[in-house]
Design a protein around this ligand. Structure first.
Ligand SMILES: Nc1nc2c(ncn2[C@@H]2O[C@H](COP(=O)(O)OP(=O)(O)OP(=O)(O)O)[C@@H](O)[C@H]2O)c(=O)[nH]1
Ligand SMILES: [Mg+2]
Length: 346
């Protein structure tokens, strides 16, 4: 028998109603509270979070989810502020979330984001949420996925997810958004970096940011990225599509968030991509695949945690590790023994 999701307790039900209600200051407050609950790693909060999410889910899904990545200092927050204000002017409601895998840096970056998005964060049509703290079960990315659904339930129709281009965060953000954008500085050192870590392949669109600093360099960067894209192909869009489907050719757009140039061109390219995705049925296909891998991510995280906390496993682990490190025991044998211990415990 399948367990149906529990109902929220009265306090959380009031939270849900405020989120699903009309846009106002109280709605933003409720949304912020709900996200804090969803981010909590305490067991009783997780059960409450699950119930709340189940309540919000029927109203989620209607936004355009846009991932924005780039190395530290690439200009992501400044770009998001400019883009956010541009979208508000066109009647959109914009939510901004951040995935920051490096907890060491996060204190500074949260403050940095808030000050760099000062105008956007005080706009009534926008909601800005700095990064969740690292080290929670399932990782920061999972918390952001849940926060994204809550923002959608509150009626934000564009959700921007900022992430810094290190580690697995780019793959994680590409795996929760409808479109993945890479911000690129107008100097060639950055090009190779981005290509090496696979970000260019993931990108549906590349932005050469801060073009005002070095217009000639920005043009060179555009040509280099475009030729790299031709060589690499685009992974993100070929994933879920049949092999004979038309292929999206990622654009490269030059912007200066400081001068406010290129934002309109950028948004036209986004809309072109979106039209292409909708017409080819890829939006739904991509989201279905994402939902499935989200579930598996969660299962793997829970299983690993349970495994590591198993007392018999924990007792045997140090000794086996010594043997594996010394080359006296094949890793596969050690793994099998540990898994066997766990199985015999149940
Ligand atoms: N000249 C120029 N400077 C810019 C532009 N956009 C951002 N900057 C500057 O670049 C610096 C970094 O910008 P951020 O927007 O904080 O970059 P970020 O990618 O969000 O940085 P992290 O969140 O720390 O990874 C700031 O000093 C900005 O003022 C631009 O279009 N032109
Ligand atoms: Mg930033």
């Amino acid at each position: 028998v399948l367990e149906s999701p529990p109902h929220p307790n009265p306090a959380d039900e009031a939270l849900a109603e405020a989120i699903l209600g009309p846009p106002c200051r109280a709605q933003r407050r409720a949304l912020a509270k709900a996200i804090t609950l969803l981010e909590s790693s305490r067991e009783e909060h997780q059960a409450r979070g699950d119930a709340l999410l189940a309540r919000l889910l029927p109203r989620a899904g209607a936004s355009f989810r846009l991932g924005i990545s780039g190395i530290p200092g690439a200009g992501k927050s400044t770009f998001i502020e400019a883009l956010g204000l541009f979208l508000l002017e066109r009647g959109h409601r914009v939510a901004v979330l951040a995935v920051d895998p490096s907890s060491v840096r996060s204190g500074g970056s949260i403050l940095g984001d808030k000050t760099r998005m000062e105008r956007l964060s005080s706009a009534p049509g926008a909601f800005i949420r700095p990064s969740a703290s690292a080290g929670v079960l399932g990782g920061v990315a999972e918390r952001t996925r849940e926060a994204l659904l809550a923002c959608e339930a509150a009626g934000y129709d564009v959700v921007l997810v900022e992430t810094v281009g290190v580690g697995q965060s780019e793959t994680a953000v590409a795996g929760m958004t409808d479109m993945f954008v890479l911000l690129h500085l107008p100097n060639s050192g950055d090009d190779l970096q981005a290509i090496k870590r696979g970000a260019v392949e993931l990108a549906d669109l590349v932005v050469v940011s801060k073009a005002d600093l070095d217009p000639a360099g920005a043009d060179r960067a555009r040509l280099q990225i475009a030729s790299a894209q031709r060589l690499l192909g685009s992974q993100a869009t070929t994933d879920a599509a049949p092999s004979d489907a038309p292929v999206w050719r990622p654009h490269v757009v030059l912007t200066s968030a400081l001068r406010g140039t290129g934002i309109e061109t950028f948004w036209s390219a986004v809309e072109e991509f979106r039209t292409f995705q909708v017409a080819s049925g890829r939006v739904e296909a991509r989201r279905r695949a994402q939902a499935e891998s989200w579930m598996w991510d969660r299962i793997q995280a829970e299983l690993s945690a349970e495994f590591e906390h198993n007392p018999t496993v924990a007792a045997a682990l140090p000794g086996l590790l010594v043997q594996v490190r010394a080359g006296h025991l094949p890793p596969s044998t050690a793994a099998r023994q540990l898994l066997g211990l766990r199985a015999s415990q149940r």
